[in-house]
Design a binder for this molecule. Structure first.
Ligand code: ZN
Length: 179
């Protein structure tokens, strides 16, 4: 399925608790309008989406996967995906790595965190990236990937990277690695 580009950040219309219509209003002691349920009064605060990923060092290079889903199908990224509601950032990072490239990863610290405002994605997105080392498993393309491979630092396909955060994290990783 192709993701349609939307100009405006989508807004909720109905209450997630009771299904009634929402209206815009500024709650007491707040400073900006929120979506408030006209029936039960529940205030729908909207928060950024959080993703976690890992730059996995393996066989003298870094593990990249080629995305098999939109957005940015066919482009390259390190394993990365959205947190589930009941896990920590680290758990999400380890899980996404296993799901997307088959490797069991041992995290070796935080590399950097990036954030962007992307209207097509419904607002802000926060991407926390860890460094990691392969600790087992077998490298193979998994969920959301059509290919998984190890590339040497001088083989990183810069023009074909999937996201701004992919570019930023690999740049920061190369720098951190040099020190
Ligand atoms: Zn309601």
């Amino acid at each position: 399925m192709l993701l349609k580009m939307v100009q405006k950040i989508p807004e909720p219309k109905f209450c997630i608790l009771c299904g009634a219509a929402l209206h815009e209003g500024t709650p007491p002691n707040d400073h900006r309008p929120r979506h408030i349920c006209s029936a039960c009064g529940f205030i729908h605060y909207r928060q950024p989406k959080i993703a976690a990923g890992v730059v996995v060092e393996h066989d003298g290079g870094v593990v990249l996967i080629r995305r098999s889903v939109e957005p940015r199908r066919g482009f390259w990224s390190f394993p990365c995906g959205f947190m589930e509601i009941d896990e920590t950032l680290e758990e999400a990072a380890v899980r996404e790595t296993r799901e997307e490239c088959g490797l069991r990863v041992e995290l070796q610290g935080h590399l950097a965190t990036y954030s962007y405002v992307q209207s097509w994605h419904g607002g802000s997105i926060v991407v926390a990236v860890y460094r990691g080392r392969s600790a087992g498993g077998m490298l193979q393309a998994g969920d959301d990937a059509m290919e998984a491979r190890v590339v040497r630092p001088d083989e990183i396909p810069w023009p074909d990277l999937a996201f701004k955060s992919t570019h930023a994290a690999l740049t920061d990783w190369l720098q951190a690695r040099a020190h």
